[in-house]
Design a protein around this ligand. Structure first.
Ligand code: ZN
Length: 223
């Protein structure tokens, strides 16, 4: 039996694939066999940081711009769903699913919240580039984190054994991920990246102030 081709993995390759089952799943879910999913809790502090920056920019035109861009995306998605469900137009399933995801998102979240999520991922990549094994893996994480902002992207069921409601996030097909990546990138990418850069600048300014304080202390102590 052939071994998984991922370096350091000793599990057997599954079926006709060159990877083991676990690395196959990671590749499908995260865009790369070696990418570990970015969890919501990892982004929480960064989201707070970004919200505080945006809170101080009440009149920033980007908020209105992103709202308009997103409204256009949602209109297009609803049109696609209408063509498929009402007019019976033949469309590839990934296109319909991507449109459904965008439509679900529009019911549950605001454009600005999606922008914060996208910006937090750009900021995370600035701070910890090693957390993303490739550009492709980064894009998969953006889609995954945004997709999971809507409750309707997950199936829920009641588990009588544990007495709890369990959630299962389905893994979208690669074509759906890529379609969503392209749309989210065009809508939130430029502004999200700019916000991440602004956040980095804020951090630098804070650090400079800490250094200046230390210098001022030394100055007066040594006088
Ligand atoms: Zn493996």
């Amino acid at each position: 039996m052939k071994a998984c081709r991922i370096a350091g993995c000793s599990r057997p390759a599954k079926g006709k694939d060159v990877r083991c089952a676990a690395h196959q799943t990671a590749h499908r879910r995260h865009g790369d066999a070696l990418q570990k999913g970015v969890k919501a809790v990892e982004l929480e502090p960064l989201k707070r940081e970004i919200k505080s920056i945006l809170g101080g920019q009440k009149d920033w035109s980007g908020k209105a711009v992103v709202g308009q861009l997103w409204a256009g995306v949602v209109d297009q998605a609803r049109l696609t769903l209408d063509e498929y469900h009402e007019q019976g137009k033949a469309l590839p399933s990934w296109k319909v699913k991507a449109a459904q995801t965008l439509s679900n998102l529009s019911k549950d979240v605001l454009a600005e919240d999606i922008l914060v999520t996208v910006a937090s991922l750009y900021l995370y990549r600035e701070l910890r580039p090693e957390r993303f094994v490739s550009d492709r893996a980064f894009v998969f994480q953006v889609v995954r984190r945004v997709r999971n902002m809507t409750l309707t992207s997950r199936g829920s069921w009641f588990d009588p054994a544990s007495g709890k409601t369990k959630h299962c996030y389905d893994t979208p097909r690669e074509k759906e991920v890529m379609a969503l990546a392209q749309i989210l990138g065009a809508t939130f990418g430029g502004l999200g990246l700019a916000i991440a850069k602004a956040a980095m600048k804020h951090r630098e300014q804070k650090q400079q102030l800490v250094r200046a304080t230390k210098e001022a202390i030394m100055e007066i102590v040594q006088r």
